[in-house]
Design a protein around this ligand. Structure first.
Ligand SMILES: [Zn+2]
Length: 430
C-alpha cells in the first residue's frame, strides 16, 4: 500500500489540512468547554435560588429568622456532595455566577455562548469589588457604582475576546485604577507598609528568596538582613518595623545604593501632566494614568514622587519624539538609543498581538529585513521579544505590521491574531 504522503508535491498541502482540522476541532472543544462551565455555574446559582425561595425543602422550621440562610448553606452542602468538591469551591462559583448575572450582562452572555472562560468572568467579578459603593451610599454614589460596573462589563467583554489572560488582567487593573485612582494610591500606601522579605523553603534543599537558591544561602542572606536591621533599629529615630527595614535593605543592596557598583538603569514612566496637579479632584478627572511602561499603571502619588525625584526629567511623556533624531536611513543597521527608547515608550511590550514581554528587553526588528534592503527608520522598526523575533525569522509565521504599529501574526495554518484593544481613554464620570 502506498503511504498517503508518497507524492512529495501533495505532502505539505495534505499535512497542513490535517493540522488545520485538528486545530479547528480544538477551538470547537474550547468553546464547548466554556459553554458547559458557564452552564454549570448557572445551574449552581439556579439551585441555590430555588432553595432560597423554597427553604422548606432543606429546613424544618421555615419561620426561623435565619431559615433562608440555613437553606442556602444546606443547598451548597448538597451541591458540594454531588459534585465531590468543597463547599468553599461551590460558594466561589456561586458568588461569581450571581455577580456576573447581576452586574456583567455582556460578559456573562459571552460566557454562556462559550466565547469567554469562567476564569476571566471570575477575574472581572473580583474587579467589581473596587468600584462598589459603601453600605448606606447615597443615590448619586449608587449611580456612579452602576456606571463604573457598566464600563467594566463593556471593556471586559471586548478584551475577553482578544486578550490572553495576563493582558486581560492587566487591562482590567488599569481600568479599575482609573475608575478609582485615589483608592489606588491608598492601596499602594497600605501595601508599602507591609513590605517584608520572605524566604519560602522548597524541596531538595532549595528555597525561594525571590531567587531560587540553595536553602543554606537563603538562610544566610536573611540572617545578614536581620542583623543589619537589628543594628539600625537601635537608632532612636528609627520607626520602621524590622520587616520593613529588612525589605528596604534587600532592595538597596540589590540596587547597589551607596556603593560605587550601583547599576544605572532606566525606568520608563509616562505621567500625564494633569496628574501632577495637587488636587484630588484633578486626579480623579484625569483621563489617563501614570504608567510604568510595559508594566501597567502606578498610583498618582507614586508618579508624583518619581517626577520630583527624577534628576534630569525628559519631556517624553505626551510627545516623545520632539527634538530627537529618529531617521537613520541606511547608515546604521542598529537602532539608535533614541529610536530604541521611543519604541519602548510607544509599545511598552513586544509589538506582537497579545505578547506581554517588555519592549525594554526586546530585540529591534526591521519590518523589511535589513538584508533585503530594510531601513533603520523609526517607522520601519518594531520591538519583538527574542522569542517572537526568532519565530518571525525561522518559521513560516508572518509578522505583519498594522498602520498603528501593532503586529499581527498569521500562523502557517491560517490563523490570524486579533489586535489587542486599547483601554478606553474617555474620562470616567467622577
Ligand atoms: Zn513577543
Amino acid at each position: 500500500m502506498e503511504p498517503w504522503f508518497d507524492d512529495v508535491d501533495d505532502r505539505p498541502r495534505d499535512a497542513a489540512f490535517f493540522v488545520e482540522s485538528a486545530l479547528d476541532d480544538l477551538q470547537c472543544a474550547d468553546v464547548d468547554l466554556n459553554r458547559y462551565e458557564a452552564r454549570r455555574s448557572a445551574r449552581i446559582a439556579d439551585a441555590v435560588a430555588l432553595a432560597r425561595r423554597n427553604p422548606e425543602v432543606y429546613v424544618h422550621h421555615t419561620t426561623d429568622k435565619d431559615a433562608v440562610d440555613q437553606a442556602v448553606r444546606a443547598a451548597v452542602f448538597d451541591i458540594a456532595l454531588r459534585l465531590r468538591c468543597s463547599e468553599d469551591y461551590v460558594r466561589g462559583v456561586l458568588f461569581t455566577a450571581e455577580q456576573a448575572m447581576a452586574h456583567l450582562p455582556l460578559l456573562w452572555q459571552q460566557a454562556r455562548d462559550g466565547f469567554v472562560s469562567m476564569y476571566l468572568v471570575g477575574r472581572t467579578v473580583g474587579a467589581l469589588a473596587r468600584v462598589r459603593a459603601d453600605v448606606g451610599a447615597s443615590e448619586e454614589e449608587l449611580d456612579l457604582e452602576r456606571e463604573a460596573m457598566r464600563l467594566i462589563d463593556q471593556a471586559a467583554s471586548e478584551w475577553a475576546l482578544s486578550c490572553p489572560p495576563a493582558a486581560f488582567a492587566r487591562r482590567l487593573r488599569t481600568l479599575v485604577d482609573r475608575l478609582d485612582p485615589i483608592g489606588a494610591a491608598e492601596r499602594h500606601g497600605r501595601k508599602v507598609r507591609e513590605r517584608r522579605v520572605v524566604v519560602h523553603e522548597d524541596e531538595d534543599g532549595m528555597s525561594w528568596f525571590m531567587a531560587y537558591i540553595p536553602t543554606i544561602e537563603a538562610i544566610a542572606a536573611k540572617r545578614r538582613l536581620t542583623s543589619a536591621a537589628k543594628h539600625l533599629q537601635k537608632h532612636p529615630d528609627e520607626c520602621r518595623t524590622r520587616d520593613q527595614i529588612r525589605a528596604d535593605l534587600c532592595s538597596e543592596w540589590l540596587r547597589g545604593i551607596g556603593t560605587d557598583k550601583a547599576v544605572k538603569t532606566k525606568i520608563f514612566v509616562t505621567i500625564p501632566i494633569e496628574l501632577l496637579a495637587a488636587e484630588r479632584e484633578a486626579c480623579r478627572a484625569a483621563a489617563r494614568q501614570a504608567e510604568l511602561v510595559g508594566h501597567g499603571p502606578i498610583d498618582p502619588l507614586t508618579a508624583k514622587q518619581l517626577f520630583l525625584d527624577a534628576k534630569a526629567f525628559r519631556r517624553v511623556i505626551i510627545d516623545p519624539i520632539r527634538s530627537v533624531v529618529v531617521d537613520m536611513d541606511r547608515r546604521s543597521r542598529r537602532a539608535t538609543q533614541a529610536q530604541r527608547e521611543w519604541l519602548i515608550l510607544q509599545h511598552g511590550t513586544c509589538a506582537r498581538d497579545g505578547c506581554n514581554r517588555l519592549a525594554q528587553d526586546a530585540d529591534i526588528d526591521h519590518k523589511t529585513p535589513w538584508a533585503s534592503g530594510g531601513k533603520t527608520d523609526i517607522n520601519e522598526l518594531r520591538p519583538l521579544c527574542p522569542r517572537d523575533h526568532v519565530h518571525r525569522h525561522l518559521t513560516r509565521a508572518i509578522y505583519r505590521s498594522r498602520p498603528d504599529n501593532s503586529v499581527q501574526v498569521i500562523t502557517p495554518t491560517g490563523h490570524e491574531s486579533k489586535p489587542t484593544p486599547h483601554a478606553p481613554v474617555t474620562a470616567p464620570p467622577f
